[in-house]
Design a binder for this molecule. Structure first.
Ligand code: AMP
Ligand code: TRP
Length: 334
């Protein structure tokens, strides 16, 4: 594996599906880590469109969503000068290694994936083989780049652990080809909860739009959603298990406003939920404004965006080809 990686910096790989609009949970759990890791890691960030088609999608909507998500990565601070940003389907190596991972994973391993269980139950009638195999594709995404670190939200931890298991099985069958990746989770915000139901994850597929703050929500919408967010009984503004709703709001405030939870608890000692929420609206709005401005600027220059994605795809493939060549060699393929 050392031969494939020329660079001493640790390598980061992560991806987000182009389904629905991105929300502050995606940012806090994932993209915030991506931006920070650019300082000292070699980073590869991917719009995973092949994952999106595990559930049928309208072609024209998918195409648009892919560009929107890529533009949001950049608007949030992923820098195309420092990191590789690309579209998964631009690099066919993902599909090739995915098949090899299908032959490395057992049915039992994939059956244990909790996300498959919950997603397949939500499908009406049709469940694709792709939805079942999806974690093998995710393992291929990660292993192709000899990834050291995978920054994701809490719900993806099980998939990264499976990736490690598959790397180990492959390496013990054929020799040391793959790096075993580590998962990276935020200490606060690995699972941002719904504003309307703090026992459920904030999610793109939430039926209640008031539970989720999208990165492209209007500033009026943000205000409405935060002011109507559910709170807990009692008055105290403290971070603890029994206060799910307030802890969630404190986590959001802390992560988007870059203030520690302790400082926030001190600031709001003896103050009411109303005042706290008003300040939170301000913090979220201040956070979103520059992102939205940058996003609309990027979307106006589609040519520039296409160029970034095309170049990103080429750079990604240059790395993955080396891994794939080694895989073919050790397996006796071709
Ligand atoms: P998804 O929205 O499911 O496509 O997830 C994209 C990325 O955002 C994954 O790394 C998820 O783990 C992360 N993510 C999604 N929802 C949340 C959330 N509510 N809190 C923290 N991270 C999240
Ligand atoms: N499965 C992830 C999600 O739904 C997206 C994803 C696909 C991913 N491939 C990846 C994340 C590789 C990290 C690394 O959120």
């Amino acid at each position: 594996m050392g031969e494939v990686k020329m660079n001493k910096r640790k390598r980061t790989f992560s991806g987000i599906q182009p389904t629905g609009s991105l929300h502050i949970g995606n940012y806090i759990g994932t993209i915030k880590q991506w931006v920070e890791m650019q300082k000292d890691h070699q980073c590869i960030y991917c719009v995973v469109d092949l994952h999106a088609i595990t559930v049928p999608k309208k072609p024209e909507v998918l195409k648009e969503r892919i560009r929107e998500v890529a533009a949001l990565f950049i608007a949030c601070g992923v820098d195309p000068e420092k990191s590789i940003i690309f579209i998964q389907s631009h690099n066919p190596d993902h599909s090739v290694l995915s098949w090899i991972m299908d032959c490395t994973a057992s049915m039992g391993q994939l059956e244990r994936m909790t996300q498959y269980k919950s997603k397949s139950e939500k499908q009406k009638g049709f469940v694709s083989v792709g939805l079942f195999n999806y974690p093998a594709l995710m393992a291929a995404d990660i292993l192709l780049y000899q990834t050291d670190v995978v920054p994701v939200g809490d719900d993806q931890k099980q998939h990264v652990e499976l990736t490690r298991d598959l790397a180990q099985r492959f390496n013990s069958r054929y020799g040391e080809v793959f790096t075993e990746p580590e998962v990276s989770l935020q200490k606060v915000g690995a699972r941002v909860m719904s504003l309307q139901d703090p026992s459920a994850k904030m999610s793109k597929s939430d039926e209640d739009p008031n539970g989720t703050i999208d990165l492209l929500d209007s500033l009026e919408e943000v205000k409405k959603k935060i002011m109507s967010a559910v709170t807990d009984s009692g008055k105290e503004i403290v971070f603890k298990k029994e206060k799910l709703a307030i802890s969630n709001l404190l986590g959001i405030y802390s992560q988007l406003g870059n203030i520690s939870i302790e400082e926030l608890e001190k600031k709001y000692q003896g103050k009411g939920y109303g005042e706290f929420k008003k300040d939170l609206v301000e913090a979220v709005v201040e956070f979103l404004k520059p992102i939205q401005k940058k996003y609309y600027r990027i979307m106006k220059n589609q040519e520039g965006l296409e160029k970034i994605l095309k170049q990103g795809g080429e750079k990604a493939r240059a790395i993955s080809q080396k891994t794939l060549a080694e895989v073919y060699k050790v397996m006796g393929l071709g």
